[in-house]
Write a protein that binds this ligand. Structure first.
Ligand code: UDP
Ligand code: MG
Length: 319
């Protein structure tokens, strides 16, 4: 069993004035409760990250942080998006907290499982994923389509944890490694499984938003999905190469066909040469594009400067 940790709960907020008071109340209660039960250290806190809100969000955070010692805030200079707001919180907590939990500010994720997260951490897990279990009550169609999505992403080489969003606990080690992924378009959900370490899942029921409306309109959601795909996979580039190859094969078939027509004398003058050049040149162009794409893909994965390995333990440590 690990020592009781210093926990920081990170809450990204974008125009959340309607829910914030309630969120502070519920998270505050849970936090005090865990302190009384000696599960976490007295200095454990809530860290609200204001992601450039245009409403009273920051005011609320500022006032609360003056009144309550366990409430802290970070204000970003403009709207950087959910993932970056989370990252800002994680960077701020790094070095101070033994573990962090990230949770949305809208109370959709059940706050009552937070003690379970901490419990798992103390049992030695470095990463704890919050998993929605309402799929049990979902229609079969919804369940199947979600599973199809996860298995397709898997085929692209992106291994996501099914039914997990950004409700998770990270221990100090995981947090440090996480902050070593310096890419700009970060997709945390895809990165966390990459860092490894001992991980565990906690199931919870996802509710409706407590108040206000979703800050993720369809446009942002599509951009998010595209980010996820392109920052983890060169599969789209491979697709072009594949198409080129396919065109080449078609070119050969059409070539034979054209040749036969030419020999049998049924072809119009000039038709054969035109037909051949269209397909051969097309195929060559496609393959070349794919080759160029491969190199760009490589440059792309190099410039991300992701760590090549992550050490969990070594025997030098203990000496
Ligand atoms: N959020 C943020 N920056 C943004 C958009 C959203 O910090 O640009 C926060 C938001 O305040 C909330 C969390 O990210 O705490 C998830 O957003 P939301 O609940 O609107 O998304 P949904 O649950 O509808 O997918
Ligand atoms: Mg939400």
């Amino acid at each position: 069993m690990r020592e009781k940790p210093l926990l920081t709960i990170i809450v990204p907020c974008y125009n959340e004035e309607e829910v914030l008071a309630e969120t502070m109340k519920q998270l505050g209660t849970i936090l005090q409760d865990m302190k009384e039960k000696m599960m976490i250290q007295e200095a454990s806190d809530l860290l609200f990250v204001d992601d450039g809100s245009k409403d009273r969000t920051w005011e609320i955070i500022e006032i609360a942080s003056e009144q309550q010692p366990y409430i802290n805030g970070v204000k970003l200079s403009r709207n950087f998006g959910h993932q970056n707001a989370l990252l800002a919180g994680m960077k701020t907590a790094e070095g101070r907290a033994d573990c962090i939990i990230s949770i949305d500010s809208d109370l959709q994720d059940d706050v009552n499982v937070i003690p379970d997260f901490v419990e798992k951490y103390r049992e030695g897990y470095e990463v704890v994923y919050g998993i929605r279990d309402e799929r049990k009550t979902d229609t079969r169609f919804k369940r199947n389509s979600a599973h199809l999505f996860y298995s397709m992403m898997g085929k692209f080489g992106i291994h996501l944890i099914p039914d997990h969003a950004d409700y998770r606990l990270l221990g100090r080690m995981a947090l440090q490694e996480m902050n070593l992924f310096p890419e700009n378009n970060i997709f945390l959900r895809g990165i966390v499984p990459l860092i490894g370490f001992k991980s565990e899942k906690v199931y919870y029921h996802r509710k409706e938003r407590f108040a206000g409306e979703s800050k993720y309109p369809l446009k942002k959601m599509l951009a998010f999905a595209a980010d996820g795909l392109t920052s983890f996979s060169v599969a789209p580039i491979r697709l072009v190469t594949g198409l080129g190859g396919l065109m080449f094969v078609i070119a050969i078939i059409i070539g034979i066909y054209t040749f036969v027509q030419h020999l049998s004398g049924t072809a119009e003058n000039g038709w054969s040469s035109l037909m051949l050049s269209i397909w051969v040149i097309g195929g060559v162009q496609m393959v070349s594009l794919g080759v160029v794409g491969e190199y760009i893909g490589r440059i792309y994965s190099e410039v991300k400067h992701r760590p090549r390995f992550i050490v969990e333990k070594d025997s030098y440590d203990e000496r």
